[in-house]
Design a protein around this ligand. Structure first.
Ligand SMILES: Nc1ncnc2c1ncn2[C@@H]1O[C@H](COP(=O)(O)OP(=O)(O)OP(=O)(O)O)[C@@H](O)[C@H]1O
Length: 229
């Protein structure tokens, strides 16, 4: 059997220094296998985003063990964090598209960061990915000419075009109406299953819980067992 994509053991995390130091994650234990769709939910301030950013190598783990693709992130240096991020696709609530680039250029840009892509037809790859998210007729549009759902689909195309092993999504439907939110998560679900990626999605949106293989519930910095569906 393959090792888990993410393996967390007795993880604690703190913000602040000295007397202001505050513990926000408490004894987190978690394993996520390749190909799983995992949704994490729970009250505001419970620590979901903090855990997500640790799992994406966006901040370094302080105490306990956090392995991403078998690489220990606890005490990792900047170079190791950057290295691991190459395997992760990020999708945020605010899609963070570059307003001065078209949909195609936004998607293409994420491939330009990969050395092995030099000499490949990046435009063709970006267009194919935009088609996969249903935006084949919008490749040359600037973000301001796209709806919220369309912008989020560009963000998905941008995150998935490099076939990341791990996809992290933080509230990807928060700014969307019911129909667009549903479309967006179904596209994500389909593509990550096709690519064999693992997805971890943080949400308050109860309407999308059914796409998950597993639901985690976070409360006061702890992962708790709770039957949700
Ligand atoms: N950079 C930071 N510095 C200090 N405290 C922080 C920082 N980021 C988060 N916190 C605190 O850590 C705790 C967990 O925050 P986090 O954003 O992880 O929660 P969350 O469950 O994602 O909340 P939400 O659902 O509202 O996004 C909160 O008490 C928050 O105030």
């Amino acid at each position: 059997m393959q090792p888990p994509v993410i393996s967390i053991h007795k993880l604690n995390h703190y913000f602040g220094e000295g007397t202001l130091r505050k513990q926000v994650l408490f004894n987190i234990n978690l394993e996520i296998q390749a190909g799983e769709i995992v949704i994490m939910t729970g009250p505001s301030g419970s620590g979901k985003t903090t855990l997500l950013t640790l799992m994406g190598g966006l901040r370094s783990a302080q105490e306990g063990s956090l392995k991403i693709l078998n690489q220990e992130m606890c005490g990792a240096n900047k170079r190791q964090l950057i290295e691991i991020r190459r395997n992760v696709g990020y999708i945020f609530q605010a899609h963070n598209l570059m307003t001065f680039l078209t949909a195609k250029q936004n998607v293409r840009m994420s491939l330009e960061l990969h050395d092995e892509m030099i000499n490949q037809d990046l435009d063709a790859k970006a267009i194919a990915m935009l088609k996969a998210v249903g935006l084949g007729d919008r490749v040359d549009y600037y973000p301001e000419k796209l709806s919220g759902g369309q912008k989020q689909r560009v963000a998905i195309a941008r995150a998935l075009i490099s076939y990341p092993k791990i996809v992290l999504a933080d509230e990807p439907t928060a700014a969307l109406d019911k129909k667009s939110g549903r479309d967006v998560v179904e596209i994500m679900q389909k593509l990550v299953k096709e690519q064999g990626s693992t997805i971890l999605l943080v949400t308050h949106d109860n309407r999308i819980l059914d796409i998950a293989d597993r639901i985690l519930y976070m409360e006061d910095g702890c992962l708790v067992d709770k039957q949700l569906v």
